[in-house]
Design a binder for this molecule. Structure first.
Ligand code: FES
Ligand code: ZN
Ligand code: ZN
Length: 297
């Protein structure tokens, strides 16, 4: 297998692009695909202050790495979910990555705050992932707001987004479907813009990028995600992609074209209230996060 750019030995074959690359040209391809998404969806400007949500996994660390190499002003934000063992191992990966590249990090520790995910889920009698979603969304936005960031970036990749779209289509969930978009605008006075710069790259490619560039990441999946239905949709898509290379990105990008004009800025400042407990904007007198946390106190 030869690199399509330099005819040197290729290290990866990307069937949907009908191309194989050596390490140098794969890195180039990877960065170009990221830039293409950033520009096409107008994710941010060079001068914006970016907060990257990092989990210690490959996607978020790779995103942090690429944005740093592109010269962006980027800070990593890690939430210690309080899952024994797994959270400690992933925090170590984040800290050593930040140290190695001299990057700024913000750590929010849910154990210190008194609401680690397993505890809240048990007390609230709700699924771990649902609780986790509410708590993470809250801290991502609050930390970005408190820190004066312009935009919140996450490492969601093409497989994440296409499988989520497939799941939403299976359930004809229009509201979720409309929010399956790589950019969600800022809203009200406190809701920060959210972006997903890796949406043109697959999980296999982010893993390859991490390995080729010596990025040490936590390989295990979150123990709470075992049996998650999202994995079924990922498997289904990967079978389709294997048999018909290019189907996944076609499926996802054609959908984005159809929904590109939908107005996703649903939070007008005048409709928003201020949460009586935490002071963040909310649709109700108390925000979803504060209601959840109070329930388990
Ligand atoms: Fe949220 Fe595992 S990452 S429950
Ligand atoms: Zn090459
Ligand atoms: Zn609140």
């Amino acid at each position: 297998m030869k690199c399509v750019k330099c005819k040197g030995d290729a290290v990866i074959n990307i069937r949907r692009a009908n191309a194989a690359f050596c390490k140098e040209h794969f890195n180039e391809y990877f960065t170009e695909q990221t830039l293409k998404a950033i520009k096409h969806f107008r994710m941010f400007r060079k001068t914006d202050k970016i907060m990257v949500c990092v989990s210690g996994g490959k996607d978020s660390l790779v995103l942090w790495h690429v944005l740093h190499k592109l010269g962006c002003d980027v800070t990593g934000m890690y939430i210690d979910l309080g899952i024994n063992g797994y959270s400690d191992r992933s925090k170590d990966k984040v800290n050593s990555f930040a140290e190695r590249f001299g990057l700024k990090t913000i750590i929010v520790d849910l154990r210190e705050k008194g609401h680690p995910i397993p505890f809240v889920a048990r007390k609230a009698k709700r699924e771990d992932c649902a609780v986790c979603g509410t708590i993470k969304r809250y801290y991502f936005n609050k930390t970005a707001y408190d820190g004066g960031f312009d935009v919140v970036a996450t490492g969601h990749n093409l497989d994440d987004e296409a499988s989520r779209l497939l799941a939403n289509i299976m359930h004809w969930d229009d509201e979720y479907m409309n929010n399956t978009y790589p950019v969600l605008p800022a809203g009200g006075k406190m809701l920060k813009k959210k972006v997903k710069p890796l949406v043109r790259l697959t999980e296999r490619e982010t893993a390859a990028f991490a390995i080729l560039n010596g990025i040490d990441y936590v390989m295990e999946e979150c123990p709470m995600s075992k049996g998650a239905t999202s994995l079924v949709f990922k498997d289904a898509l990967s079978t389709i992609e294997e048999n018909m290379p290019g189907s996944e990105i076609f499926f996802y990008t054609k959908f984005l074209e159809r929904v590109k004009d939908i107005d996703r800025s649903k939070t007008d400042s005048d409709e928003m209230k201020i949460c009586q407990t935490c002071g963040m904007e909310s649709f109700m007198d108390k925000c979803t996060f504060c209601r959840l946390v109070e329930k388990v106190k």
